[in-house]
Design a protein around this ligand. Sequence first.
Ligand code: ZN
Length: 294
Amino acid sequence: MIYPWFTLLFSQLMSRLHKRTLHHALLLSGPAGLGKQDFAYALAESILCKTPGKTGACGLCQSCHLFAAGNHPDFHLLTSEKQLGVDKIREGIGKLASTAQLGNNKVVVMPQAETMTEAAANALLKTLEEPTRNTYLLLLTSRLNGLLPTILSRCEKHMLSLPGKSELQSWLAGEGFPHVTERYLGAYGYSPLTIKASLAEKGEKLTYDEFEQALADLKNGDVRCSALAGKWQDDAAQVVTWLQAEAHQAFLKSSASADYQRAMRCMEAKQRLAHAGVNKSVILTGILTVFSSQ
Ligand SMILES: [Zn+2]
């Protein structure tokens, strides 16, 4: 599936695949929650497909079946929890040395390319400079400045940006979430997959809408700080992030020192919450008290 904000780029890359002018090393950068990995998978599937169409993989050939089953011998995912070390990169490159098992192309996807260590990046350089035949590398990152300039200069770079408000709203509507407000989109940084996940989790996890309503109730005196703090313990860090954003926005408009102080208090609370074993309810009660008396 190709997200609507990717369709133009996808069709451009498909067209080049058909003309055999697709660059062997693509670097896709863009904010987290955009769906870069889904995009890379769809592209990889098309590159590996034996009879790709204009809009992507055929879905019917042996390659497509293997890909769908997560068993494609010429598809390699290079990922790591924290750092992508040199051994992992060498192992990945090693798999590219031989010809494709299905006799077509080989694809490597690196979802968090910025986690490569310097040694790992250097090990990858040679492959980027002199790729083995029929090999494609798809590097993804949400932190472009985390990559070495030598890597950057050897890739064809595509900067992906967040979809606009109406595109995002119509996509969400199609996913079963109509009427999502602009404030809600803003609270999750317009990040499509993050917004969708938060809407899907509704009921289990605190959402921005619920937070906003409860905060209004708090300011009206309809609910007590300690009651809210108890209810929101598991979402303490998120609550403080939202409060901080609110204080920050208010300060930009008012330049009032009270708003600045509130934002600073949020920052302190966040730092305290980061420690294990702290009483989150107590910290939240303290910070909510600051906001209840606005
Ligand atoms: Zn196919």
